[in-house]
Ligand binder design. Structure first.
Ligand code: TYD
Length: 136
């Protein structure tokens, strides 16, 4: 899973009459998980993201509800995902601009992250992001 291309992955799921359970091990995520966070209470019509990371890799899962995840490599390649099942997730490599939108009411987005929080790893200006990608 440690590729440089964003990709939708199926997550293990075991269902029975008493419900379902899904599980992921670090080897399946593609990086050692150093941080977990979740996005919730997003008002209808609001957006999140609008930034890129220089080093951080992430794995996005919609635990409930759905949202759109748009990923842009700054070099003309765009990937769109609609995350709506708790048994699938998107691997987001470093160096992708992300826009999250169309959150449904009650949506909870779980994010697994390869690094602890570091504001210096963010690029929050799209033009600077494209310049950064071209300079690599
Ligand atoms: P941000 O990553 O911009 O959120 P999103 O991509 O969902 O729009 O973070 C929003 C705010 O939360 C920002 O002030 C930084 C803070 N934050 C932390 O302090 N620690 C964290 O692990 C994360 C993800 C965010």
């Amino acid at each position: 899973m440690n590729s440089l291309i964003p990709k939708l992955h199926k997550i293990n799921k075991v269902s029975s009459n008493s419900g379902s359970i899904s599980f992921l091990e670090a080897s399946e995520v593609g990086f050692d998980i150093k941080r977990v966070y979740y996005i919730y209470d997003v008002p209808s019509g609001e957006f999140r993201g609008a930034h890129a990371h220089k080093e951080l890799s992430q794995f996005f899962i919609s635990l409930s509800g759905s949202f759109n995840l748009k990923l842009d490599d700054g070099l003309g390649n765009v990937f769109n995902f609609n995350l709506k099942y708790p048994y699938e997730g998107v691997f987001v490599p470093k160096g992708y601009w992300r826009d999250l939108s169309e959150f449904t009411s009650g949506c909870t987005c779980l994010v697994l992250a390869s690094e602890i929080y570091d504001e210096n790893d963010y690029i929050r200006d799209y033009k600077k992001f494209c310049e950064y990608k071209k300079s690599l």
